[in-house]
Design a protein around this ligand. Structure first.
Ligand SMILES: NC(=O)c1ccc[n+]([C@@H]2O[C@H](COP(=O)([O-])OP(=O)(O)OC[C@H]3O[C@@H](n4cnc5c(N)ncnc54)[C@H](O)[C@@H]3O)[C@@H](O)[C@H]2O)c1
Length: 348
């Protein structure tokens, strides 16, 4: 029997989450690789995302959504939790606010009680970058030199950070967006972070994609951007946003790899899921899920000529895996504020 029945949880604001190492891509990629290994071994529980939105799927590009993303991650992480993440695409231009904002709750899997509530915004962007980073490590050509990033928003900053961690041979990047302002802001910021990189910008996706060894799309587009005949042999393609690659671009790939086929199909808005809905793609067409690559059950890249397409829909387990590391660091550093849920339970 537990004697002290007081329940309190640790609240961490965004600054504290950062102080606990959330911007350390090396750490985040480690947790994400660990997550995928556990996921492949059946040591995670990832219920489907629940999407609250103000219309049909296409409304998400305008009026946005709020997603509830629960997950349990076993192994040494052994923590349950949920990310509750709002996405309002007009925020950056209308209010000067980020598109996405998130709270992450961690729970003790034994009692179910909350142990922490923290800003999930930074963790979410970092773990999304890290998923591509882990995929890049296994699936991109080791000597990749040029990368194209379509979308000059939050995600591509962490995508770049992760790809630089995975493939330090990168020499040149091209960033593409429809907004000149966002392009210039992106370039100005990233030039200070990566002075050794050649960073160019363009409003032409074709110009960015042609001749690139790595292509990352992280946009809010409703219509596909990347065309099959722009993709060069040996390229690694990462579809982070939704319907961003035309169907023929997927068909051109020698290997199609996803984070989780069932979750991708359930969410239903990314290119492979749309193809699946139309009967044009099925589980048999998927070479592997990322966890099987990490656990070396399936070979990763097998030649410099292969085109490999990767699509991740993301899940709350990834956020829980990273948030647990942040929570542990907060305890170690004595950071955060304890909030009392109750001194004595009202009902038992
Ligand atoms: N797969 C995952 O796990 C995951 C996680 C987080 C976010 N996302 C997705 O990543 C995408 C980007 O997120 P963000 O936070 O960077 O958004 P953001 O709003 O900050 O940036 C999106 C950018 O895309 C640009 N864009 C829109 N249409 C374009 C087009 N046709 N060509 C070029 N650029 C175009 C916009 O101008 C904007 O600058 C969103 O769709 C989001 O849902 C995926």
């Amino acid at each position: 029997m537990i004697k002290d029945k007081q329940v309190k949880f640790l609240y961490l604001n965004q600054k504290e989450v950062i102080q606990c190492g959330a911007l350390d891509m090396f750490m985040v990629m480690g947790q994400i690789e660990n997550f995928f290994s556990l996921h492949d071994n059946g040591e995670t529980i990832i219920p489907d995302k629940v999407t609250l939105r103000w219309g049909d799927a296409s409304s998400e590009a305008v009026t946005g959504r709020i997603n509830a993303m629960p997950g349990f991650v076993g192994g040494e992480i052994n923590t349950a939790g949920i990310k509750w993440i709002g996405s309002k695409p007009l925020n950056p231009t209308k209010y000067g606010l980020p598109r996405a904002s998130a709270l992450t709750i961690l729970n003790d899997p034994e009692t179910g009680l909350p142990i922490a509530i923290m800003d999930g915004t930074i963790i979410s962007a970092m773990r999304t970058g890290a998923v591509t980073g882990v995929a890049t490590k296994y699936l991109a050509r080791k000597n990749s030199e040029k990368a194209a990033f379509i979308g000059a928003g939050t995600q591509n900053h962490t995508q770049l950070q992760a790809i630089m961690t995975a493939v330090p041979s990168l020499k040149e990047i091209v960033i593409c967006d429809l907004s000149e302002d966002r392009l210039k802001n992106f370039v100005n910021l990233e030039k200070t972070r990566w002075p050794e990189l050649s960073i160019k910008y363009t409003t032409s996706a074709e110009e960015a994609v042609r001749d690139s060894d790595i292509v990352v799309t992280a946009t809010t587009t409703l219509n596909p951007i990347v065309k099959a005949n722009w993709i060069k042999n040996g390229a690694f393609l990462a579809n982070v946003g939704n319907y961003e690659f035309e169907f023929d671009a997927i068909r051109k790939a020698n290997k199609i790899i996803v984070d989780d086929w069932d979750a991708l199909v359930h969410r239903g808005i990314q290119t492979p899921a749309i193809m699946a809905k139309e009967g044009l793609l099925s589980r048999e067409d998927i070479y592997a899920e990322l966890g099987a690559i990490v656990n070396r059950k399936k070979e990763a890249r097998q030649s410099d000529e292969e085109i490999i397409y990767f699509c991740a829909v993301g899940n709350g387990g990834e956020d829980v895996a990273v948030a647990k590391k942040i929570y542990d660091k907060a305890l170690e550093k004595g950071l955060g504020t304890y909030l009392i849920l109750w001194d004595e339970p009202f009902w038992i």
